[in-house]
Design a protein around this ligand. Structure first.
Ligand code: ADP
Length: 549
């Protein structure tokens, strides 16, 4: 028997309509670096979104299902693209600004991007690559930047503001099937070739509702969220869509992502919430230690994308910024778990330990652990296996290119279509996930697994250590052993033996690294995570100054 309920498709268009009417006065504030941030209401964004859609359709001929790429910082124009493109029936393709040239040109060709919306300050990155991007016919440029960099290029160049000027501020948005593609994002390739994940209107809608739940980010129209996580990194963790559902304001840093301007914008715009990967927060912490600012407005910080070191959480707690740790990936939209401690743990000794886990699965994300032989493991907080997930905002395949078939590689999807995350960990009986490693980063020493993350966290809790990354290196006797690479804080003089003794009080003796190297900085991926591939390569090439204890 069918229900008697209305069958209203869950589309991005409905989120846009809600945000621009019910929350029309909410604002997107974009940092400009000159003391006068740009302020634009959701209502104005709605009008400009319609103008952009008209321009894309009427002037540039964008058709339904066509990918429209963005190569942009976090700013109001990027939010306009977030809504105009999916709502007109096309597919928003956010390009990662920090990808190496080869990957970027490959991705643009694979998605067959014909129109690219780009910030003026990024022209220098794209201009030299245009010859290798034959599909690109139009560049639409917004914001400051040297236009002369585009002189003589093949694609036609348009000014964003000129293109939308005079266009109607309303648009007859098409009725869309909620399962249609709305947006796409390629994985950042930490684990091999980039793979295209295509989000549907429905997955974005449901994911946004989950982001807004009190046990997830739980923001309201009293909040202003500093969205540091890039809009090209898994839809800025869903914030641009989620805020249009609730009227949360967004503070967008544009290109000012260095610790000093971030501290300045927190002090002057007084956001209540912020979201970014741990490396951004490590930088801000150092900045605030060197030059204290009034950051008292910022009471909630969402950290994800990589494990949050306990020392960082403690330091932020001391500053009055309560960290909420979350786990996710491009394939999971990204919200997969959020570490809000259960009620019974609040105010007890267990609370901090709960907050340090990757978090609890929300309704909508089903999880299981697969052991090395594929058998499913119990949720007992002890049995470690690869995490597999499924749900309405979890990818079921990858984009195979315009004429290609969808890709469903066996190492990424189980035979019954659960996503294999490549993350290894345990799940407690009450549904909290603790990750110990990525499958490929686990150190397999003499038949036992050593968690690189556990060693890193222990090292980073030493007062002289700024950053630490631990990778597996080949070892004649044990197969693999850990190599500890350490970045010391300025003026620190601690030596390896001291660090080793410090570790010995925190991890089992057989896990202690014998090989140590000081590095000026841990190499980072395009989205700011530790790039262990590079460290392993540097070690193999003899480029690290390794001391054996
Ligand atoms: P890529 O897989 O290309 O690096 P993603 O942003 O999709 O790009 O990365 C997802 C991965 O990041 C996860 O599979 C996991 O390994 C890691 N990750 C994300 N959040 C956390 C977290 N809170 N703790 C530990 N690892 C995390």
């Amino acid at each position: 028997m069918l229900s008697t309920m209305q069958d209203v498709p869950l589309t991005v268009t409905r989120i846009l309509h809600h945000g621009t009417t019910v929350h029309g006065d909410a604002q997107v504030v974009t940092w400009t670096g000159d003391g006068a941030p740009q302020r634009r209401s959701f209502r104005d964004i709605g009008a400009r979104t319609a103008q952009l859609a008209h321009a894309l359709r009427e002037d540039l001929g964008v058709q339904e299902d066509e990918r429209v790429a963005t190569f942009m910082w976090n700013n109001a124009e990027h939010v306009e693209a977030y809504f105009a493109v999916p709502c007109m029936g096309a597919v928003l393709h956010t390009l990662n600004l920090r990808l190496p040239a080869d990957q970027l040109t490959w991705i643009v060709g694979h998605a067959a991007d014909r129109v690219v919306l780009i910030n003026g300050s990024l022209l220098g990155l794209i201009a030299p690559l245009l010859d290798r991007m034959p599909t690109v016919e139009h560049l639409v440029v917004s914001g400051p930047g040297d236009r002369s960099l585009l002189e003589g290029v093949r694609p036609r160049v348009h000014e964003y503001e000129d293109l939308i000027a005079g266009k109607p501020t309303g648009y007859d948005w098409p009725d869309l099937d909620e399962r249609r593609a709305a947006a796409m994002c390629y994985t950042s390739g930490t684990t091999g070739e980039p793979k295209g994940v295509v989000y549907s209107h429905r997955s974005i809608y449901l994911h946004s509702m989950q982001v807004n739940m009190a046990q997830s980010m739980g923001l309201t129209d009293a909040d202003l969220s500093l969205v540091v996580v890039p809009q090209f990194h898994v839809n800025a963790w869903g914030l641009p869509h989620a805020t249009f559902m609730t009227g949360v304001g967004m503070l967008m840093p544009d290109r000012f992502l260095q610790p000093a301007p971030l501290a300045e914008m927190i002090e002057s715009e007084r956001p209540t919430h912020a979201a970014a990967v741990p490396t951004i927060w490590q930088g801000l912490l150092a900045e605030l230690t060197a030059k204290p600012r009034d950051v008292s407005s910022l009471t909630q910080v969402t950290i994800g994308g990589a494990a949050c070191p306990p020392s960082l959480m403690e330091a932020f707690d001391t500053l009055g910024m309560r960290v909420c740790h979350a786990w996710g990936m491009t394939e999971t939209s990204p919200l997969g778990t959020v570490a809000r401690p259960p009620a019974h743990a609040i105010g007890t000794d267990e609370e901090f330990a709960y907050r340090l886990t990757q978090g609890r699965f929300p309704a909508g994300v089903e999880a299981r652990l697969a052991g090395p032989d594929g058998a499913h493991l119990p949720w007992d907080g002890k049995s470690a296996g690869e995490l597999e997930v499924r749900g309405p905002w979890i990818a079921g395949s990858y984009f195979g290119g315009v004429d290609g078939e969808v890709l469903k590689p066996e190492d990424k999807f189980s035979p019954d279509s659960w996503l294999r995350t490549g993350d290894v960990g345990v799940i407690s009986a009450d549904g909290f996930l603790t990750l110990t490693d990525r499958a490929k980063d686990v150190i397999k020493s003499g038949g036992e697994w050593i968690s690189s993350v556990e060693l890193e966290n222990a090292l980073m809790s030493h007062p002289d250590v700024a950053e630490a990354a631990v990778v597996a290196v080949p070892d004649d006797k044990w197969g693999e052993r850990p190599l500890a690479t350490v970045v010391l804080k300025e003026d620190a003089t601690v030596d390896y033996a001291v660090l080793r003794d410090f570790l010995a009080t925190r991890v089992a003796k057989w896990q202690l690294p014998e090989r140590w190297a000081l590095v000026p900085a841990v190499p980072k991926t395009s989205v700011g995570k530790f790039d262990k591939k590079v460290l392993r390569r540097q070690y193999a090439a003899g480029e690290l100054d390794v001391t054996q204890l």
